[in-house]
Design a binder for this molecule. Sequence first.
Ligand code: SIN
Length: 517
Amino acid sequence: MKEAGIIIVGSGLAALTAAYGLQRQRNVTIFTKKGLTDSNSWRAQGGVAAALAEADDWHAHLRDTMAAGRFHNDERMVELLVREGPQRLQAWISAGLEFDRDESGRLCFGLEGGHSRRRILHAGGDRTGRALVEFLRRQVDARIAEGEQVIDLVIENGRCVGVKTKRSDGVVSAWAAEAVIVATGGCAGLYALTSNAPTAVGDGIAMAYRAGAAVADMEFVQFHPTMLAVDGKAVGLISEAVRGEGAVLETEDGRRLMEGVHPLGDLAPRDVVARAIAAELDRGGRVVLNIAAVSNFRRRFPTIAALCDAHGVRLEDGRLPVVPGAHFLMGGIVVNEWGQTTVPGLYAVGEAACTGVHGANRLASNSLLEAIVFGNRVAQAIRRGIAWPEAMRQAVRRPDCRRPFAPSLPERTRLCERLSTEVGIVRDGERLRAAVGWLEQFSLSDWLDGDIEPLTAEQIETGYMLIAGWLVASSALRRRESRGIHYRSDVPYEDRAWQGRRLVRTREEWAWQAAGR
Ligand code: SIN
């Protein structure tokens, strides 16, 4: 095995923040299966929520986060997020990070759904994620291996000691690491209609699950209400900041869609808005975003303007057709406040991790903040050598060497379609059972134990996608209530018995099933 120091898997904001916090202290190698511009962070239009405005405070940010998350959030972790976030951002602003300011040089604070105050910072209008990634890239001195896909985690004596990678030419390498950080993003890219980069398909989460790490809250996949719709397909995101600047949702005949639905109207939490749009589409209607009230649209939202131009949607008409698209996973690999997973030596951060801050529905613009706060915490934990708490240690079974089936490309496409129709915005037991049944045909337990090295990089990614899709669908089937974005028409209410109850999943459940056969 070659020595790689600290290994970070993935190259979005969480990965780069962790690398930034470790530099000059440790050798860091970042493996990323595509390139630095292929992450969700790079695409992020919306900003960073932080209580930095004079009229704001972290208590209000905490309350908004908990309310959007339907109180499924871990309040202790939310407090870390909203208290440390402003400090981290101030430090980066002092180091040269530029957020948008008004003519007198004061920071501009935008408004988005679920926020009771203007507290969203943007950079370059709607190019916030890209500005943050470029800022960190300039500072970080890690070795970055683009186009090298991590295909497996190496576990020895219950500890993660490295990774295996596969390059596009098929060469497999084994790397020894002092610690491994999974920062591969979420899995909303598993859906046919999605705002996500094609890389965000849950492979990092499934890989950690295969290695023995616990994952949780996988049923909570958030749908962004406004993706630009062209011929019924979602072609790109229209930031919620557009509604923050006065745009409103309308039906085809000009009726205000959100009137009377929620006190916050067009800026209601995302789950509420996405369901209202989905209901109108189900009735056979169309929904448009009326942008007549937004001044300087092109200057304020250059990415969205370019998206509309590229698809022949005329901004001058002032009505942009929209559909909801899968956007963000609130669940992921279970971690504590230092990003430590249940496998010693293995950390997770960003959307791949389940810190518990987002609960059942993420508050807008809290995800970049999470990447910054917890990316920094993981780096601190490694620098300070924070021990692995006993409560986070789990016995890990050693895989045997059966070779798993090789999933085909049409099956990958079918998976995305089935998740969209059967595990979408409105769910029910019957469709969830159909999705789980279809996924379980694929001998997933063989996948968890098998030798996957001989497969192609694409087949390996598809196998992990099936595992991630199965975790989403089966968790949604098990949660017999509606909460936040998880809405079941057969149990359309929050059940107090489920409040704060987290569905934690480990590969041991396969061992129990096998024993019972
Ligand atoms: C948006 O700009 O609407 C997306 C930002 C986010 O998901 O927080």
